[in-house]
Ligand binder design. Structure first.
Ligand SMILES: Cc1ncc(C[n+]2csc(CCOP(=O)(O)OP(=O)(O)O)c2C)c(N)n1
Ligand SMILES: [Mg+2]
Length: 349
């Protein structure tokens, strides 16, 4: 245990397992949250199996267990916003555009993929839907999101609010110097950007207590005089509600926001195993405890208690999605690879 264990019960997986509070979110919104959570979960589980079976050649960093962060944040985003991710960004993209077929094609290196098959799992791009890109360089896109937010501010039309930049980053990325320059600049220039920290307590195999003197990342928002909130990242309603407030502020010219979502990834750092590349503290017991704080099950249970969802609905949704995912995967497998002549078409020359 570190000396500044500020997150307290939020990082105790025996806490916060109960169905979540649905607040006053509309039934249709809750259903779309649940559908999006399950779609992202199943897409990544498909990637896990296909990576294990070596259909996918490159590494995949899976965010299973963390889906509620992207789904909650994306609730208040629009296509003209500028969203940036990193090495674990399938959910960030799919929450904006649920086209898993193009993600499958990308991981297979096919011409029909999000980046024409030239990027793979860690170089995703879907600008028409607001996803400006992900890269494997930890914290590499954080300053880009600030720049994109500044551009949006300068492009704002008289009488309207502004589009915003969004930077998804991890608790490990916080340790990169550029993040602190980015927070400082965003704050001093009132740039419309939302920093979303997915604090899953690990950077590769190292627990946060081995890396930092405190487990709360929002201390850097405080240091930069920036509006911030820490939420249970496995509660989609809580993430959506809080992100909305911070996003509305940024759009209205009230400056940047910092959202820290405490969560946990079910798989190891990379690929499909539970136990790969993890430290001694990540015991099977810990993982199982966190699985009991499942963002999907907690939303589903709350909706069933509220009478707006049933087990039968969920069985039907699962069956439809399983079928669609299988078809999309098979289609992507049959797709062509990009032609060798196009290798340099999408790079700066
Ligand atoms: C600049 C840089 N340093 C190191 C790495 C190796 N690396 C890849 S992911 C990772 C950990 C990142 O942890 P975090 O930001 O918490 O994200 P998470 O993997 O937990 O989602 C590291 C050190 C890298 N890709 N880029
Ligand atoms: Mg992390």
């Amino acid at each position: 245990m570190n000396s500044l264990d500020v997150l307290g019960s939020l990082v105790d997986p025996s806490q916060y397992r109960a169905p979540i509070n649905l607040e006053d979110f509309a039934e249709e919104t809750l259903k779309s949250f649940l559908k999006s959570l399950i779609l992202i979960r199943k897409t990544e589980q498909q990637l896990a199996v296909c990576r294990r079976d070596l259909f996918i050649g490159g590494p995949v960093h899976l965010g299973v267990g963390q889906e509620a962060v992207a789904v909650g944040v994306s609730y208040s985003l629009r296509k003209t916003d500028r969203v940036f991710g990193a090495h674990r960004s399938h959910s960030h993209l799919l929450a904006l555009n649920p086209d898993f077929y193009r993600l499958f094609a990308e991981t297979l290196g096919k011409d029909t993929g999000f980046s024409r098959g030239m990027g793979g799992s860690m170089h995703l791009w879907d600008q028409p839907n607001g996803f400006y890109g992900s890269v494997p360089i930890v914290a590499g896109t954080v300053s880009l999101a600030v720049g994109a937010g500044l551009a949006a501010k300068l492009q704002r039309k008289e009488g309207s609010d502004t589009d915003i930049g969004v930077a998804y980053l991890g608790d490990g990325a916080i340790e990169e110097g550029v993040v602190h320059e980015s927070l400082n600049l965003a704050s001093i220039q009132d740039i419309p950007v939302l920093f979303v920290v997915e604090n899953n307590l690990f950077a590769s195999h190292m627990h946060v207590s081995q890396r930092q003197p405190s487990n709360i990342m929002a201390r850097f928002a405080y240091a930069n005089n920036m509006e911030s909130e820490v939420v249970d990242g496995n509660d989609v309603v809580s993430v959506a509600k809080t992100a909305k407030r911070l996003i509305d502020n940024a759009r209205a010219g009230k400056g940047p926001g910092f959202l820290e979502a405490v969560t946990y990834r079910w798989y190891g750092h990379v690929d499909w195993r539970d136990d790969i590349d993890v430290g001694i503290e990540r015991s099977v017991e810990d993982i199982n405890n966190w699985k009991a704080r499942d963002p999907v099950a907690r939303l589903s249970q709350a909706m069933q208690l509220a009478g707006v969802w049933s087990e039968k609905d969920e069985l039907k949704l699962n069956a439809n999605l399983d079928n669609e995912i299988e078809n999309a995967w098979n289609k992507a497998m049959d797709d062509p690879y990009p032609h060798g002549d196009s290798t340099l078409d999408y790079v700066y020359k």
